[in-house]
Write a protein that binds this ligand. Structure first.
Ligand code: ADP
Length: 703
């Protein structure tokens, strides 16, 4: 079986296999040839001893060959052993020198075990023996001829068959021994070193002789105990890879990676350790670690910067709140006062101017609202409301708002809401209306003749939500294909020239897209220049369980309620801005209320404590005590303070401001600029019913 395996290996398809095959052929052919030579030279002595010794020699040869790997000592084996064995056979064949055959074998063994020098002497012995044998039987001249012939044949065979591979293997060995980049240590399992390569000599600084007196503990002076344990583990597992610290002769240390493997030589287990100096790798590791540490530092700095950016964002938001306040406060004066002016008796020119002033104020307010909305969305401080939505009312509100403008331009204006659009939905009606107003407003703005059509329909519906689609078509100027991708980006206008006929900030569609995103929908457009555009967006709104009563129904601004007019109520206004104060007082008086004013929070607290009031209109931002603090004090002050209705009338109109006012104890929140209608609506909501009834019309105030 084993032999069979060796033969298989011998014939494998590789240079080593080929070499082994040649060896085998050599073993099979040369001995019989030499034997034949001997028998021919002494034909009378074919005895059993000759054949036995011959058979033994061949068998020993094959066995020895098979045990060894094909190293130079293997291939030189036949060169030494076979001739000697054959000479021995020749002696045996002559009948008087059998001992020589036996003495030839140890020489061959020595050749196998100890290398070329012995082989040369064995070869010499063989040649001499050959010479002696033939000389004894046929005379010296014939013997010398035979021996010479034999030596030449052997030499040629050696050179032709083995010379090349011998040189190659010798070169390999030389590389392994001298030039191998890693250190190689061969140790016994008790740790004693038995062989090292040249790199080890260079690296550790010991001579070979010194090395062979050392144990592994001398190389690992820091942890000889671990070294011993590792030897034990190696003998248990057969292989081991680990890192440790080695010492040179001069006492310096260097980090190494050791790959140790057990092998058996002549029945004794040995450890072959490949030792790699990993100083450079360790340095690279250290560099990597410090890079990682630096990266971690950078990361934390980036986090810090992000936190700072966040803080800056918050500051931006606060700045916006202030800007909002500062812009809305004068706008309140402008729009409110113009409204009051329009309610007086004016001639046609004055009325026209006042109307232009009011619509300009409203346009400016829209721009302010757009900018603030956009900045809030950018700052991530935009939250949608979740209140009841009546989609029909929203669409109708948009129709009421923009229908007159479309009619002015002579456009057909079709608005429809499909029958299957549910009435009871929850979402943010204000933002829904904002998107719709933006799209329909653009449609009206960019269409000079033809038609604008708006349709609300259901796209899909499941148990707790419905996805609605709003289509806005127009027959206006349309948009070129190359401009479509820019449409929903901020500040982009198709016509950005200074001579463009249509105004606008270019923010409307960008805000609309962000709002639609927040409503879990999509917004898109198809358009043909000269023919018109079709914008649409979807929005997902929750279905309100039918049992739940509406929390707060958002509707289009209510008309001035006649039942309010003339109702007697005492209203206190806390407002520091004289224009806005005058406006509020004028509005209230126009609605028939008795109104008084204070200009800061503390005065409001005192006034509530001093007299009974039906309602307090409270500005939030005031010098000294602000409206929120004043409300908290009033609420905490007792029965009168607990009962009074407090309505915030403030330019603080950012998301969350309403909630802050309600949390402070107020009942309602009116963002500035406050229109007469909005104020009337709030009064109607909060004042107790008037038993005396109401008059039917609002008296025009004479200046
Ligand atoms: P703006 O406030 O300037 O109208 P928008 O974001 O609402 O900003 O619109 C951006 C641009 O898209 C407009 O300036 C206009 O060029 C184009 N646009 C929007 N809607 C229409 C439409 N219905 N028809 C033609 N062009 C439109």
């Amino acid at each position: 079986m084993r032999l069979q395996r060796y033969f298989n290996v011998a014939f494998e398809d590789s240079p080593a296999g080929l070499r082994r095959m040649v060896l085998l052929l050599y073993a099979a052919v040369v001995p019989p040839f030499v034997l034949l030579l001997c028998l021919v030279s002494s034909p009378g002595s074919r005895d059993a001893a000759t054949l036995t010794v011959f058979a033994l020699c061949v068998a020993a040869y094959v066995w020895v060959w098979a045990r060894r790997t094909p190293t130079p000592s293997t291939w030189i084996f036949p060169a030494g052993f076979v001739p000697v064995a054959c000479c021995g056979i020749a002696f045996a064949a002559t009948g008087d020198a059998a001992f020589l055959a036996v003495s030839g074998a140890p020489v061959a063994w020595a050749a196998v075990l100890f290398g070329p020098r012995v082989v040369v002497s064995a070869w010499g012995t063989g040649v001499l023996a050959c010479l002696a044998v033939t000389a004894e039987t046929h005379g010296w001249a014939h013997g010398a001829l035979n021996a010479g012939l034999y030596a030449v044949i052997q030499g040629l065979v050696g050179v032709v068959v083995y010379g090349k591979s011998w040189r190659r293997e010798a070169a390999h060995l030389r590389v392994l021994q001298r030039d191998f980049n890693d250190i190689q240590l061969v140790l016994r399992l008790d740790g004693r070193l038995v062989d090292v390569n040249d790199r080890a000599l260079r690296e550790y600084g010991y001579t070979r002789e010194e090395f062979l007196r050392l144990g592994i503990g001398d190389l690992r002076r820091d942890d000889p105990e671990t070294a011993r344990l590792q030897m034990t583990r190696l003998s248990a597992h057969g292989a081991l890879v680990f890192e440790s610290m080695h010492c040179r002769k001069d006492g310096t240390r260097f980090p190494v990676e050791v790959s140790a493997r057990l092998f058996v030589e002549d029945g004794a287990p040995l450890c072959n350790s490949l030792v790699r100096d990993i100083t450079a790798r360790k340095a690279a590791d250290d560099a990597l670690q410090s890079t990682n540490a630096r990266l971690a530092e950078e990361r934390s700095r980036a986090a810090e910067l992000a936190a700072r950016a966040d803080a800056a964002n918050r500051a931006k938001s606060e700045f916006l709140a202030n800007v909002s306040h500062e812009l809305r406060t004068p706008m309140n004066g402008v729009i409110g006062m113009t409204g009051l002016l329009l309610d007086t008796t004016l001639d046609a020119t004055q009325r026209h101017w006042a109307e232009v002033a009011q619509s300009s104020g409203e346009a400016l307010l829209n721009v302010i609202d757009d900018l603030l909305d956009f900045a809030k969305i950018e700052a991530g401080r935009f939250d949608l409301e979740h209140i009841d939505v009546d989609v029909r009312a929203v669409v109708a509100g948009v129709e009421a708002l923009l229908g007159p403008r479309a009619a002015e331009k002579g456009l057909d204006f079709d608005v429809c809401t499909d029958d299957d659009v549910p009435a009871q939905l929850v979402g943010d009606p204000g933002r829904l209306r904002q998107v719709l107003i933006n799209l329909v407003g653009n449609a009206v703005k960019f269409t000079s003749r033809g038609r604008v059509a708006v349709r609300a329909s259901v796209v899909s519906r499941d148990d707790d939500a419905v996805t609605l689609r709003f289509d806005v078509r127009d027959t206006g100027i349309g948009i070129a294909a190359e401009h479509l991708p820019l449409l929903f980006q901020k500040f982009s206008q198709v016509d950005a020239s200074t001579t463009r006929p249509f105004g606008g900030t270019g923010l409307g569609l960008a805000i609309s897209r962000q709002l639609v995103d927040l409503m879990h929908g999509t917004i898109d457009v198809i358009s043909t220049p000269g023919e018109g555009s079709r914008f649409w967006f979807t929005a997902r709104l929750s279905l309100r369980p039918s049992a739940a009563p509406p929390a707060h129904v958002e509707t289009a601004e209510a008309p001035l309620p006649p039942e309010l007019v003339g109702r007697r109520a005492r209203v206190l206004v806390a407002e520091d801005n004289p224009v806005n104060l005058e406006l509020a007082l004028s509005l209230l008086r126009r609605l028939g209320m008795t109104a008084d004013a204070v200009t800061d929070g503390e005065a409001a607290v005192r006034a509530v404590a001093a007299e009974p009031w039906d309602l307090l209109l409270m500005d939030v931002q005031m010098p000294g005590m602000d409206g929120l603090e004043a409300t908290r004090r009033i609420r905490a002050s007792g029965a009168r303070g607990a009962e009074i209705v407090i309505v915030a009338m403030t330019a603080h109109a950012m998301a969350g401001d309403r909630e802050r006012c309600l949390a402070a104890g107020m009942n309602d929140h009116l963002p500035k600029p406050v229109s007469t209608r909005a104020l009337a609506g709030a009064l109607l909501r909060w004042l107790p019913p008037d038993p005396a009834g109401a008059r039917a019309s609002v008296p025009a105030e004479t200046p």
